[in-house]
Design a protein around this ligand. Structure first.
Ligand SMILES: CC[C@@H](C(=O)O)C(=O)SCCNC(=O)CCNC(=O)[C@H](O)C(C)(C)COP(=O)(O)OP(=O)(O)OC[C@H]1O[C@@H](n2cnc3c(N)ncnc32)[C@H](O)[C@@H]1OP(=O)(O)O
Ligand SMILES: [Co+2]
Length: 149
């Protein structure tokens, strides 16, 4: 498997609206994306871009708020009511290859490969098998996908 760049850091929040105010007013981010519901994943999502100084795309913050009590992030927010860093997401060139790579190492894969918020296939690896980090693997999006510039 060929590991790609860190695509995003998933940040769980009890309120996307409040988090947007924080990233705009405290961190000085320009929030140009609109929040949207991803029913299939049980979350409301909003991207915060952190562009590189040379015009290249940096790493995104992916704000996620539970859509209901069945959301996969509901327990996390019970334990961390103010929210916080929830997962890291790395890009790979070929999602099937990556899945096989982790499966062969006996890492627990959480559910099927599905289409994520960036429109490309993703899967998750259990935090207890990944040095304590819930890890999302995504196939590299086409250039410009889900960036505001
Ligand atoms: C926006 C769409 C998409 C994208 O395109 O980017 C997303 O990112 S969606 C993000 C939300 N979806 C998911 O997280 C799906 C995968 N997650 C899961 O299947 C579950 O959340 C989980 C990881 C299996 C945890 O489920 P939960 O019901 O919360 O289990 P437990 O509470 O029993 O936790 C077990 C154990 O693991 C620890 N834990 C849980 N979550 C995390 C975490 N995010 N990071 C690190 N560790 C975590 C938890 O503390 C428990 O530990 P112990 O208490 O020591 O047993
Ligand atoms: Co994610």
């Amino acid at each position: 498997m060929k590991l790609g760049r860190l695509n995003h850091i998933g940040v769980a929040t009890p309120s996307i609206a409040e988090s947007i105010r924080y990233y705009r007013d405290v961190m000085g981010a320009k929030i140009t994306h609109k929040p949207f519901d991803l029913e299939a994943q049980g979350v409301k999502v909003c991207f915060v871009d952190t562009p590189g100084a040379d015009g290249t795309h940096g790493t995104q913050i992916e704000l996620i708020e539970p859509l209901g009590p069945e959301s996969p992030i509901a327990n996390f927010l019970k334990t961390n009511p103010s929210g916080g860093q929830h997962h890291v997401c790395y890009e790979v060139e070929d999602i099937a290859d990556a899945r096989k790579w982790f499966e062969e190492m006996g890492k627990r894969i959480l559910g099927p490969t599905r289409i994520g918020a960036h429109g490309t296939p993703i899967f998750f690896l259990h935090p207890k098998d990944m040095m304590g980090q819930l890890t999302e693997i995504m196939e590299t999006p086409k250039e410009g996908t889900h960036w505001s510039n």
